[in-house]
Write a protein that binds this ligand. Structure first.
Ligand code: C5P
Length: 206
């Protein structure tokens, strides 16, 4: 069974994808991490994330980079969003994601285009979303919880900008796949959101 979990940043899709993978005993791939690694590698190369040649050159990042905590930073997230608009970057990362989705027994992948491009045949497609204000609040809590100084208004602006870029790019824009179940987590706590997702997958399986 392939489970596709798409949605904007800080919607809860990563938490939900991880919980689904654990519950159904499936391997999980956070595809945003691949774009973050490309964004980080561009910076390490001294390149420009808006330049498609620099961005493509960064797709050859070493796998060790995927474990680097710095990939979780807001700055790298912004770079990831910028490199992800280039079709050549999306093509370069396609095979790896596709192979993960097609492994025997199935998989859970979370990202922006899993249900639309990477695995349109997924048996279950979830589109996890929440209001910009709530997503900014979560990101702020997460950052201040880790001892990082954060400005709520700046985070909200950044999230809105990232949404805008992800939804309006020509190649594989962020959108709910046809037939996807939309799960709005704005007013749901973590456990309620996970329970709703597990219930949705269980219905599709039966
Ligand atoms: O999900 P995460 O915030 O880690 O993703 C970082 C960026 O990578 C997103 O803003 C998006 O632009 C890009 N991305 C993408 N397609 C995916 C996953 C992430 O374009 N499947």
């Amino acid at each position: 069974m392939i489970i596709a979990v798409d949605g904007p940043t800080a919607s809860g899709k990563g938490t939900i994808a991880k919980a689904l993978a654990a519950h159904f005993g499936l391997p999980h791939l956070d595809t945003g991490l691949l774009y973050r690694a490309v964004g980080r590698q561009v910076a390490l190369n001294g390149g420009n994330p808006d330049n498609p040649v620099d961005a493509l050159a960064a797709c050859g990042f070493a796998d060790d980079l995927l474990a680097d905590e710095i990939l979780r930073s807001e700055a790298v997230g912004g770079f990831a969003s910028r490199v992800s608009v280039h079709p050549a970057v999306r093509r370069a990362l396609f095979d790896r994601q596709r192979a993960f989705a097609l492994q025997p027994g199935g998989a859970v992948l979370d990202g922006r285009d899993i249900g639309t491009v990477i695995a349109p045949e997924a048996q279950v497609k979830l589109f996890v979303t929440a209001s910009v204000a709530e997503r900014a609040r979560r990101r702020w809590l997460e950052m201040t919880g880790r001892g990082i100084a954060a400005d709520l208004a700046a985070i909200e602006r950044d999230i809105a900008l990232r949404d805008e870029r992800d939804m309006n790019r020509a190649d594989a824009p962020l959108m709910a796949a046809p037939g996807a179940l939309v799960l709005d987590t704005t007013t749901l706590g973590r456990d309620a959101a996970v329970a709703a997702a597990i219930a949705a997958v269980a219905v599709h399986r039966s």
